[in-house]
Design a protein around this ligand. Sequence first.
Ligand code: PXG
Ligand code: PLP
Length: 443
Amino acid sequence: MTEHSESLSQSQLDAYWMPFTGNRQFKEDPRIITAASGMYYQDDQGRSIFDGLSGLWTCGFGHNVSAINAAIAEQAGRLDFSPTFQFGHPGAFQLAERITQFMPEGLNRVFFCGSGSEAADTALKIARGYWRARGQASKTRLIGRAKGYHGVNFGGISVGGIGGNRASFGEGIASDHLRHTWLKDNYFTPGQPEVGAELADDLLELITLHDASNIAAVIVEPLSGSSGVFPPPKGYLQRLRDICDQHQILLIFDEVITAFGRMGANTGSEAFGVKPDVINVAKQLTNGAMPMGAVVVDQSIYDCFMDTKAPHYALEVPHGYTYSAHPLACAAGLASLDILEREHMIERVNAIAPVFERSIHQLANTPSVVDIRNYGLAGGITLAPYEGEPLRRPFEVAMSMWQKGFYVRYGGDTIQLGLPFIVEAPQIDQLMNALGESIGECA
Ligand code: PXG
Ligand code: PLP
């Protein structure tokens, strides 16, 4: 029996409650991926499908990277699991130091977790704990931004700014939101938009409302990914940084999508030239081969926790996950960061990003395209809603693309593209031609 002829029973299909999926539609018409290599998946019909989102923004180097697989296998044969509460294994320390080599100067202490959502809640707790350790326990308020995505845990959805992810779940953590930066004046701007830096002044209004003595941190994605790829307006992030500095508010960059190459730089911080106090990473850290997230903090934050009068054996922060710094994830992370460097992945992104930019913006005149945005190897296309059914068109476009042999992400009113770092011009052409056709079909 070939691998792609294996079929799933109805009761197997029924048993799995799929994440962020229309389960009823999926189970009527399953899309089953059985294998992957390089930039292509194989489905259970034996078709080859181009990976237009690098997994879920995870697999920039392509799939089944032999050096990563070998590192995981080697680690599994030596130390499969090890408790990381009160004990350590070498890979955790090695990966922590390795990560800091990709971070801005001073961000050199790393707390591990299992995902981007855990990174968000970890960073928010660190921010509150930091001010408490500094004797400013009233600084608890957390500020996010509209259209922000910080995962799905309670902290993350509270600061997150995607209504659909929060509205069903009742009270969260007290938080406020800056306005998003998606302005009509900027529609169809390649790269960073010119207009909108002044939107950072929303933070000043929130400071007037709450007083800085009650605000712990602002968390933003330097480029909002999940809600549709929104690069920051020129000057916007610097303005946020300046206001945070003036008012002693921590600035957290959620770089779960932007770190480790997708922006054509080590981080979004580097790409956009603004240094936060905390950077969250996940996804590309292991090229998606193992689940892992991390929160990287400025040394002054770590030092503040260590500067305590509590006994030296006491916990400085009562926080951590069973799978924090899992040995297999650490092995995958070390192998991935080696590849990022050795195979000049960031240079590759920078070389191909202009081709991607030209190509995606050629869809501008396609009917029902409202806006197109891009930066590095991330792209977002907003589509006009069908009357009364705002979410249907992107879904139909993505399904049409799947039929044509391309995986693209749809969410809300947008189609998102996150091409593998190893993509070349012919694949970009094929993808955009197919996408133009699919959008046309759903007009
Ligand atoms: N922060 C950011 C900025 C993210 O992009 C998370 C946190 C949460 O990470 P986890 O590992 O808990 O999922 C993310 C994840 C999409 C898409 O299609 C984006 C994400 C996840 C799945 C799909 O844009 N972002
Ligand atoms: N729930 C229970 C009952 C547990 O024992 C634990 C961990 O020991 C957790 C939740 C947390 O799990 P994790 O550390 O994987 O986040």
